[in-house]
Design a protein. Structure first.
Length: 302
């Protein structure tokens, strides 16, 4: 089936799955609003679904925590989570949401992996050497008071890259640089990224397609770093072997960001999802983003 036709069908499914809250659940049969699928679905909706898009924006603003962060799901604790970066990306370009965005950016700039503290830096530099990484190069965690990981760091960088002015957020450039340093430090020896470190117990770890793709999106403006073309080459070679819609969709988005020809992959993805009943809302939305990659990259990585 034509990718455009498949895209329209997925958008209609997403519209049908939208909850009364304005958000989306993780799985079809759930009624709990979860921030990750909500952010992806909101970005995936087209202009012909404006009412659904407006309800989603209201949902995001309504469920923001008092400290400026967003929880992983409605009903979670109010300390915040990595989903704050996703919410900020989804809310970009809407002037009525600027106050909520500024609160979110301030929280994001205060958030850091646990290894950023002096005590934990000492621990990782002396007592705990199982994972090879430089604790001075830290990014963002999934949840407060935990270590930095690749995906939340990449999304935080993508969110902060969208700041059009300092807006009294003077630390933004420094935090972006530190996050970039963390991604470059955690790359796998053969190129690409997995969820955390590239080397553990002296052994090189294998990269994951989705983690690699998301990291490459965050490093789009740093293509002169040697690890970027190396990782891009690995992803391009791996993408043709992928059969998981989630991984393939992220690979399409990353390769398109670097001007690779992804039309054959898009066609394969459109055919692939036509034969699968995808119950995971986040996967369905990311597939829609990949099928509409030119528009999606303006939202994600511009």
């Amino acid at each position: 089936m034509n990718a455009e036709v498949r895209l329209l069908g997925i958008r209609q499914i997403l519209a049908q799955k939208q909850l009364l809250s304005g958000g989306w659940p993780a799985l079809t049969l759930s009624s709990q609003t979860v921030l990750e699928p909500t952010a992806y679905s909101m970005m995936a909706l087209g202009s012909d679904l404006w009412d659904e898009h407006k309800r989603a924006r209201r949902c995001l603003v309504r469920c923001q925590n008092p400290n400026g962060s967003w929880p992983a799901f409605i009903g979670d604790d109010d300390e915040g989570s990595w989903a704050t970066a996703l919410a900020l990306i989804a809310l970009r370009n809407y002037s009525e949401n600027v106050p909520a965005q500024l609160k979110g950016f301030r929280w994001l700039l205060r958030s850091a992996g646990k290894e950023s503290s002096l005590l934990w830096r000492w621990k990782f530099q002396t007592a705990d050497r199982h994972a090879r990484f430089d604790p001075n190069k830290f990014g963002w965690p999934w949840q407060p008071r935990t270590n930095s990981w690749v995906v939340p760091t990449a999304f935080a960088i993508l969110a902060l890259n969208q700041l059009s002015c300092t807006c009294d957020l003077e630390d933004s450039e420094q935090r972006i640089r530190r996050g970039i340093e963390m991604l470059l430090d955690r790359v796998c020896p053969g190129g690409g990224w997995n969820a955390g470190n590239g080397v553990v117990y002296g052994g090189a770890l294998a990269p994951h397609p989705d983690d690699t793709a998301i990291a490459l999106l965050a490093l789009k403006n740093h293509s002169d770093e040697p690890v970027v073309p190396k990782s891009l080459e690995w992803l391009e070679g791996t993408a043709t072997t992928l059969s998981a819609p989630w991984s393939l969709a992220w690979a399409v988005l990353a390769l398109a960001a670097y001007s690779r020809n992804v039309r054959p992959l898009v066609g394969f993805l459109a055919d692939l999802v036509g034969h699968i009943d995808i119950q995971d809302t986040a996967t369905l939305a990311v597939v829609a983003l990949a099928l509409d990659f030119e528009r999606s990259l303006i939202l994600l990585a511009s």
